[in-house]
Design a protein around this ligand. Structure first.
Ligand code: HPA
Length: 275
């Protein structure tokens, strides 16, 4: 915890030293979804901020960009996230979120790749996360955290901000993009689920399964941020269709849907209703 706390203080100091405007919004992109959200005003490898080593996974670049979708609206864009299955602990996984929150950001927008748990879903569908099941069973709020980060027992009853979801849906409508809503089950990974696990997740009330996002949302909510998370259904879950899972297919579907996500997020970041 000391390493993380000190690292965050140094990263905040470095941000200011570089003269980057402090962000209002944090964006984190998921597997193969590091889309282009406009010309970066500044850019640095993520490793420049972190007090620990980053390891790359194929298809997951790690860069921090400072975007200005509107002159008065700086955005910290974390291209490529850290996952607990890579061996990062919960505090390491949420480092960029806490950095954004400490710099004053009030909104967190994230994308991820997910498996659909219902036969009526299709690869390429975009789904707004309405709620989650944290089956990763880690929590970034464990341990002694600085009091100023927020409450010990934060409320998660509106973890996925209803107003932001409604804003995203209306932007989607304008662009002819249909946005469903669903419950995201986060599992530890990195192996994909068995068909029995997929049936279990459906029974538990999940609509999507993935290996990320929930730890970041928990950390963001503690620090008072509003969250909007968008899942791309890259595949149907194991056993929903009778096909083996392949990470390459996940990346391929992510690339194929990048344009749609890029348009939606670009409009969202510039929208009056976001802040
Ligand atoms: N399971 C878990 N994580 C995923 C999947 C999946 O089917 N697809 C993309 N990320």
């Amino acid at each position: 915890m000391k390493e993380i706390h000190g690292g965050l203080e140094r990263a905040v100091g470095k941000w200011d030293e570089l003269g980057w405007p402090r962000p209002e919004i944090v964006v984190v992109s998921g597997s193969g979804l590091a889309v282009d959200l406009g010309t970066a005003k500044h850019r640095l490898p993520l490793s420049e901020w972190l007090p620990f080593d980053v390891h790359e996974v194929s298809g997951h670049p790690h860069e921090t960009e400072l975007l200005l979708p509107r002159p008065e609206r700086p955005v910290l864009y974390q291209k490529g996230r850290l996952h607990s299955y890579q061996g990062y602990n919960a505090h390491q996984t949420v480092f960029a979120i806490r950095l954004g929150a400490l710099l004053g950001a009030r909104v967190l927008v994230m994308t991820n790749a997910a498996g659909g748990l219902h036969p009526d879903q299709n690869p390429g569908d975009l789904v707004l996360i309405r709620d989650h099941l944290n089956l990763i069973l880690l929590n970034p709020l464990r341990g002694e955290l600085p009091r100023e980060w927020g409450p010990r027992f934060p409320d998660l009853s509106r973890a996925y901000d209803p107003e932001l979801r409604s804003l995203a849906r209306s932007i989607g409508e304008q662009q002819g993009i249909d946005l469903a809503e669903g419950v995201y089950a986060a599992v530890p990974g990195p192996s994909y689920e068995t068909p029995a696990e997929v049936r279990m997740l459906r029974t538990l009330g999940a609509d999507l399964v993935g290996m990320s996002t929930v730890l970041e949302v928990i950390a963001a909510k503690q620090m008072g941020m509003r969250c909007l998370c968008l899942s791309l259904v890259t595949n149907l879950g194991s056993g929903v269709v009778d096909e083996p899972m392949d990470h390459e297919d996940v990346l391929k579907m992510s690339r194929a849907s990048a344009g749609k996500i890029e348009r939606l997020l670009t409009a969202l970041l510039a929208d009056d209703g976001l802040l």
